[in-house]
Every structure is written in C-alpha cells, then in structure tokens.
Design a protein around this ligand. Structure first.
Ligand SMILES: O=C(O)CCC(=O)C(=O)O
Ligand SMILES: [Fe+2]
Length: 312
C-alpha cells in the first residue's frame, strides 16, 4: 500500500501573513473560547487539503468515501473510530498550513510552536443490524488532569468534511467548564478518580443530554477547546461518515505547556517523522502500520520548525 500522494505545499510565505492573524482568530473568538471553553474557526484548512486527508484515511482503511458498503468491516479497528495514521503527507500539509499556525500563534501568544503528530477519526453512520457499529459515541470526558496544570492547555480537531450535528459531531458541556474555570465546581472531590487515561464525566457527576452542545460546522473548520471542557462526540445518525483530523500546537521546548502523556523531546519528534512512526503515546493501536508505508511529507520552512528539525 504505497501512497501515490504528492505533497502540494511549497515554501510557505507564513511570515508575510503574520500581521494578518487577527482575521483568523479574532479577539471575539478568543473571548468566546475563554467564555465557553471551545471555539469554531471556519475556513482554517483549505478544502483541497481536507480532501487529501480524507483520501489518505480512505486509502489507509481501504474504504471509499462515497460507497456505504465499504464502510463496515467485520470488526472496526476500535469502538470510537480512531484511525491510527500520523505521518501521512496530507496530514502534514494541514499541520504546516500558515492559517492553522497563525491561529495557534495568536491563541497562545507565542511564535515558537510545535505541532502534534496526531491521528484521525472515521465514523460511518451507525448500523443497528451490525453489533460492532450500533453505537460509536465517545462519552463526555476529560483527557488530561487539568488540576496539575498552571498553563492553559488547548486541544483541537479539523472537520475534513461538512459535519452535521447528528453526524458524530464534536460535543461538549460548557456549563461544567465554566464552573471549573471559576473555581465553583461542586464535584471537585470526585476528580480524585482521574487516571492516566483521563476521566469520564459520568463518573464525576450526573448530567443529561440537555447539558451537551453538539457542533456542526463546514469542512475546513478548526475546533479548539480548553482541556477543562468535558467533551466527546455523539453517535453518527447521519447518512454520511464523519472524517476528522486531530491537531493542536504547544510552545516548542516548553515541558510545562505539554501534557506528560504526550510529551516528546525534539529528537524523538524528528525520529518519528524520519522513520514514519506514530508518537510513542499513540503506538500499538489495533490496525497500526509501523512504519507507516507512505512517502515522507515535504516540509516547508514553517513545517520544519513546527516539527523541530529546524530551530525557531
Ligand atoms: O472525536 C471527537 O470529536 C472528540 C475526540 C476527543 O475526545 C479528543 O480528541 O480528545
Ligand atoms: Fe478527548
């Protein structure tokens, strides 16, 4: 399975766009994120790059984007649709896109960033006649123990196709985020149950569907959320699959800004990239190919810095 994919990104004029990042993540959007725990940035990733990432996922999973009979295998790789693919050049073309960088740059108020070499998600519509595909909900949870952190931590994903509210959309509980942010969370004691794999909201408090917001947005939208926001995704009851690429950025070489669970040294990052391997924290998933059998991405000057191979 050698990809025919050719990287489309040439050297990026990201510095000349640097004065313009206000238009990508406006101050209103930054305030919305602070107020609600999440924000949607439309048009962050161009449609052609999103389509290339969808193609990469389809090739990896051996499915067709439009042919429902190809979406359901005897057994899915896992129950929540994670696609263990990381170094595909299509993923890198989104990671090194100047708009995405400038969004995080404005958000974190920092020029020197590293990007995560994160995976993707494919979730076809639920099929109740197939036990393995009857429910693909990812229940509300936190991934990182935010009590251990003294800096804001943001997570993110990109909708690679238009995503309807019922289409396995990203979902979250802003009311809980607001209480945590304000130091008014009544169930703080129950957070003692936090483990290295995160914590489900249902193990901390009771809540109902009405507390959950589901986010529909067009292809190319970047959704960023604060790690204090309980989040997950609803089951896909639409007629089309959901395709997502996960992505976030951290301050380069700043251990405090990176959760220990996903922390990597500069050398480890470069090694993963050069050897086409998943970051260690994402290894050994069902269906993983190690190394990933694709051509290595062609990095722009920005991409080289976001990886760490070139110093900022
Ligand atoms: O798939 C989703 O929409 C949510 C994924 C999630 O929980 C995460 O990226 O931490
Ligand atoms: Fe999560």
């Amino acid at each position: 399975m050698i990809s025919q994919y050719k990287s489309v990104v040439e050297k990026q004029p990201y510095l000349s766009e640097s004065n313009n990042f206000e238009s990508i993540l406006s101050n209103e959007k930054k305030e919305f994120l602070e107020k609600n725990g999440y924000v949607i940035i439309e048009d962050a990733a161009p449609t052609n790059l999103c389509n290339s990432s969808v193609d990469a996922i389809c090739e990896f999973l051996d499915i067709s984007r439009i042919e429902p009979s190809s979406w359901y295998k005897e057994r899915p790789l896992n129950s929540i649709g994670l696609v263990p693919l990381h170094q595909h050049p299509a993923f890198w073309d989104i990671r090194q896109h100047p708009k995405i960088y400038n969004t995080f740059r404005h958000l974190l108020d920092e020029d020197e960033l590293w990007v995560t070499m994160d995976r993707a998600s494919f979730r076809p519509p639920c099929r109740y006649d197939l036990e393995a595909y009857g429910n693909d909900e990812n229940p509300m949870h936190w991934d990182y123990d935010f009590r251990l952190r003294n800096k804001n931590l943001y997570q993110g994903l990109i909708y690679l196709t238009d995503t309807h509210q019922n289409q396995g959309a990203f979902a979250c509980v802003p009311s809980v985020y607001k209480k945590i942010r304000d130091g008014k969370f009544e169930h703080a004691n129950a957070l003692e149950k936090f483990g290295s794999k995160g914590l489900f909201l249902r193990d901390v408090m009771e809540f109902t569907e009405k507390d959950i917001i589901t986010i529909d947005a067009p292809a190319g939208s970047l959704i960023i959320w604060d790690a204090r926001l309980p989040h997950g995704c609803v089951s896909n009851h639409y007629h089309m699959p959901r395709f997502v690429q996960f992505i976030t950025m951290f301050r380069a070489d700043d251990i405090d800004s990176i959760p220990t669970e996903v922390e990597q040294s500069r050398d480890e990052r470069i090694d993963c990239f050069m050897k086409m391997r998943a970051p260690e924290c994402h290894r050994n998933l069902n269906g993983q190919l190690d190394p990933e059998p694709y051509n290595r991405a062609k990095l722009s000057s920005l991409g080289e810095k976001l990886l760490g191979v070139k110093r900022w």
